[in-house]
Design a protein around this ligand. Structure first.
Ligand code: ADE
Length: 235
């Protein structure tokens, strides 16, 4: 964070969930906490149950046509989104059925001024919510979480750190994995140069910048081949 940084514009993120504390806990520390304090982003989490209308404050019901589990009712979600939405809002549903969240999607969403992140629970949400209210269905990966609030925190973190002024050193965006979406980062070392007999590669302490760059490129490629051959088109 740049000291005394004044945000040119503030992004607003509203998280709609049955578990506001789960969504907010990881966003209340470190870089994201400071980004909020500096006025770079405003993050709010709301309990969907606050828009429930019956005396039991129900937010779910059984599936029409039968099937396992419960589905979130459309009523409280429509009321919540209609209360929070502005003309420029983008409504994103966190769901394992969504488009897969990648750095490129984080970059796209970091250009928005207002995001409403709707978190599913149980078997998901009534499909009329998706048809009428949702601009984008987003999954953070091919696995199923207990609820979307965890996914919303992940997505919020990845977006907020891209906002101007959120990271101290703006260059740190450039080097990292996924800036070149087809290559992971090279291994990195710090001091001591000899730790329990394990030595930092000689080239990195040679002071020879061209050689260091060539080494990093080769190592990045090797790491990508080993851990993420899919990025190189190898599957
Ligand atoms: N809710 C449950 N699993 C999820 C996932 N993988 N991504 C986004 N939201 C989810």
């Amino acid at each position: 964070m740049i000291r005394g940084y004044k945000a040119a514009r503030t992004m607003r993120i509203d998280i709609l969930t049955l578990f506001p504390e789960i969504a907010l806990a990881p966003l209340g520390e470190s870089i994201i906490k400071r980004a909020q304090a500096a006025g770079i982003v405003e993050i709010h989490a709301h309990n969907i149950r606050d828009w429930a209308t019956d005396k039991h404050r129900r937010t779910d019901d059984t599936l029409c046509g039968g099937g396992q589990g419960m589905l979130m009712l459309p009523g409280p979600i429509f009321d919540a989104i209609e209360a929070l939405r502005r003309p420029e809002s983008k409504v994103v549903l966190m769901t394992p059925q969504g488009r897969v969240f990648k750095q490129a999607v984080a970059r796209e969403l970091s250009q928005e001024t207002h995001l409403i992140l709707l978190c599913g629970h149980y078997e998901g949400v009534d499909h009329r919510v998706i048809e009428q209210l949702v601009d984008l269905e987003l999954s953070i990966g091919d696995y199923v979480l207990t609820n979307g609030a965890i996914a919303a925190a992940v997505v919020t973190d990845a977006i907020v750190r891209l906002l101007p002024g959120a990271l101290g050193d703006e260059r740190s965006h450039q080097d990292e994995s996924f800036s070149d979406p087809n290559l992971l980062e090279a291994p990195a070392y710090t001091r001591p140069t000899n730790f329990r007999g394990m030595k930092v590669p000689d080239v990195l302490i040679s002071g020879h910048h061209a050689k260091i760059e060539a080494w990093k490129k080769e190592q990045a490629l090797e790491r990508t081949r080993r851990n993420r051959p899919d990025l190189l088109g190898g599957g």
